[in-house]
Design a protein. Structure first.
Length: 80
């Protein structure tokens, strides 16, 4: 295996680990926000839901980027 192939495999594994961490963080923030709602701490719950949503978007960062690039290309081709 060449050095480049090894870097690509390590990069793929590290991206997978980070994606799993984003999903995990999203779930933890959501359940903690649910606990805070039961304790009538609305402001902190909303903040944690924002954090949960941000983490969820971070986990889907590659899919979001693909959609943005496709939309940009579509809009660019429409203007021609």
């Amino acid at each position: 295996m060449t050095n480049l192939e090894e870097k690509m495999i390590n990069r793929g594994i590290s991206q997978l680990i980070v994606t799993i961490a984003f999903f995990y963080s999203s779930i933890i923030c959501h359940f903690k926000a649910m606990e805070l709602i039961e304790e009538n701490k609305l402001f902190f719950a909303i903040f944690l839901w924002f954090c949960s949503f941000s983490s969820f978007c971070g986990a889907l960062r590659f899919q979001i980027a693909k959609m943005v690039y496709k939309l940009r290309d579509y809009l660019k081709n429409e203007s021609k």
